[in-house]
Design a protein around this ligand. Structure first.
Ligand code: PMP
Length: 352
């Protein structure tokens, strides 16, 4: 029996998200998933695993609301920001009829989630300096219910101009939600748009504990939006989206001490990023190191050098961007420990 014939047509055609773990590789230096390079230590305090967890654990919601400077009713917690990306589509888009819009090069899950759900996608590539093409978005907004904008953007590392985000919110008014994916915002906290929530009922912000909080393995993310949006998402989320140990550790990570530790990590990582970028700029094979407001660098190499594969075979696993729109000869490198960065520099020095 050909099981594939039973699979939904759009899933048959779907190219799944090429996550760092799916791509694989073997090595000692992992700089391809924008993870924090050092594991934090936590002890479980909740031992009530015979019981279902709270659907929206109160302590996690309260602490995240306090950390983000919003009301508890404006926060939803989910299995990573990835789940939130999809929940928005499930709550707001009619399959086959409504569309989402996003601006490549950007995070790949907006497309994969939409294709999985049978929701149409519209793409308006960014301008050459990786900013929004507002005119292009305006011309494509028919049938669009959700506009996903990532800032700082993955993979490019730049911030989206805040005046352009305001202009986009005005274009989308009464038509669509504008979702600002702030997965990396802790590395440039002053650029968050969270304080705009009261002015824009259609603004949605995505956050995660996977990056600056060093908890990618926890699978815990947040949606921040006004109450009507959160209530719509509550309708479609799984009954118990967060396992008890996840909520337990998330609450600890969001305690006063936890947030202070995260802030220290950000200072160290941003210093490390500055030093690493300077060393990269001195290498002849490096054409450009783009400014980064996140925990990774976008680096353009000379076109005739097979940098990604050479380092891959030395067990240094980076993220090849060269097949993405406008990303020829670009590699995304997560900021690792000092030793990780030194290993990259040493390996690059041997490429002639
Ligand atoms: N948004 C962006 C821009 C990301 O880079 C990622 C993680 N790769 C996510 C969302 C998903 O984060 P999470 O681990 O919380 O699902």
């Amino acid at each position: 029996m050909d099981i594939n014939k039973l699979v939904r047509k759009n899933v048959q055609q779907l190219t799944p998200y090429q996550s760092a773990r799916r791509i694989g590789g073997q090595g000692d230096v992992w700089l391809n998933a924008n993870e924090y390079p050092v594991a934090p230590h936590f002890e479980l305090t909740e031992q009530t695993l015979n019981r279902y967890p709270e659907p929206q654990p109160e302590k996690v919601i309260q602490r995240y609301a306090q950390y983000a400077g919003v009301k508890t009713e404006q926060v939803l917690v989910s299995r990573g920001a990835d789940e939130a990306i999809e929940l928005l589509m499930r709550a707001f888009c009619e399959p086959q009829h409504d569309s989402i819009l996003y601006c490549p090069p950007t995070y790949g899950m907006y497309q994969v989630s939409a294709e999985t759900l049978g929701i149409k996608t519209k793409t308006v590539p960014t301008t050459s300096d990786w900013q929004l093409d507002l005119e292009g978005i305006k011309q494509n907004i028919d049938t669009v219910k959700l506009i996903y904008v990532c800032s700082p953007n993955n993979p490019t590392g730049n911030l989206i101009d805040s005046d352009d985000i305001k202009a986009l919110l005005n274009i989308a008014k009464d038509r669509a939600l504008v979702i600002i994916d702030e997965a990396y915002i802790e590395f440039s906290p002053e650029s968050s748009v969270v304080s705009w929530l009261n002015d824009y009922p259609h603004l949605v912000i995505l956050r995660t504990l996977s990056k600056a909080f060093a908890l990618a393995g926890l699978r815990c993310g947040f949606t921040i939006a006004n109450k009507p949006v959160i209530e719509a998402l509550q309708k479609v989320i799984a009954p118990y989206p967060l396992a008890t140990p996840v909520a337990d550790i998330a609450a600890q990570a969001l305690s006063k001490d936890g947030v202070n530790t995260m802030k220290l990590h950000v200072v160290n990582l941003n210093n490390q990023k500055g030093k690493f970028a300077n060393l990269l700029r001195q290498l002849p094979i490096v054409e450009k190191v783009y400014p980064s407001y996140s925990n990774y660098l976008c680096v353009k190499f000379q076109h005739d050098k097979d940098v990604f594969n050479i380092l891959w075979h030395q067990g240094i696993i980076l993220r090849d961007q060269s097949r993405s729109i406008g990303q020829q000869n670009i590699i995304r490198i997560t900021i690792g420990t000092q030793a990780d960065c030194e290993a990259v520099i040493s390996a690059l020095k041997t490429i002639k």
